[in-house]
Design a protein. Sequence first.
Length: 424
Amino acid sequence: MLQRRTFLQGAAAAGVLGLSACATTGVPSKARVLVVGAGYGGATAAKYVRLLSDYQIEVVLVEPNSAFVSCPISNLVLGGHRSLEEITTPYDNLVRRHGVRLVRDMVSRIDPAKKVAVLASGPTIAYDKLILSPGIDLMFDRIQGLKAAHDSGQILQAWKAGPETLALRRQLEAMPDGGVFAMTVPEAPYRCPPGPYERVCQVADYFKRAKPRSKVLLLDANPDVTSKGPLFKKVWAEQYKGIIEYRPQHKAVAVDAKTKTIKFEVNDDVKADVLNVLPPMRAGKIAVDTGLANANARWCHVNFLNFESTAAKDIHVLGDAIQTAPLMPKSGHMANSHAKVAAAAVVAELRGWPVNPAPMLTNTCYSFVDGKNVIHVASVHEYVPAEKTFKTVAGSGGVSSGPNELEGIYAWNWARNIWADSLA
């Protein structure tokens, strides 16, 4: 493994990482899969391509961060129930146990015709197959003044777990008792449908314990709660009565960081002490720049049998970046499921084997309504050949009857298990 790391470092320094393409006739004798992005989708895909190929296919994983930080569970950091360290996992095992070649960098450009990716630092990497898991980008330009307010640190999103999660937590801690926290929700689709509703529970739980005169305003561009609505509303009415106020059909269009004001398309302005404004979202920049965002210039259409982009051959797109199938959420668990189907298909195609004609996906989204009690929604999705898409299996999954501590134990174990599945 040391030799592999040395090779990467030396090749990157020389600017010639993988310049020569793999064999193009028959099954490549030394096939290379390039994975871009090491979140729930990319990390899982990198590991499973190695596993499913019996460690015969080379995998190069490009990721700028030194460790994986989980977006699911990160709202607990805002509520003061978990630390950022507890939801952080290094990538070491992908390298040490599975022989994945990790490159700490970003891909600045992809040439689908030449099958080459260009790193931000300059070197190029050739590939036979590219698995792209770019996550989402926030469309700051859709809300006037938000980009400047974000860059100055005044109005944060914390929708990518990490330092910004801690910064938003510090804003909550600094807020005086009796203050107001206001959060906006963009029109669906967006990353993690229940995420905003879980977040206001966590903030309200913190206020209930530490700042009991404070309030939470949830300003939703959607006509109603987009996930687990009856369950969340019941919690708000019973557990956070007088703390959380929910206002649907509030589409944010501008912010004023100096006056701490949110302006809306129709509704009156709202002022608050801490603003958490989520703009609309789209597939990550590299997907857009490569021309893969062919669904309203925001999301990526894929062939659901193997997750290959409909815009570029041999590029497979995973996770939140895709234009999803009916009732398919943009969630971490779903990205993990995408990755396994795509990894199996990529290995099959490189080996000249038939692709599984009937893949299945599973998904569970847990939401902590305080430090211990949890509600969930779960589903199973099957590929329907006649319609070339995934559909939920009748009778699969469902939602909790109500929040309880046992589901809190399940939720934390789910997190540890899926981190191990992706990274161990």
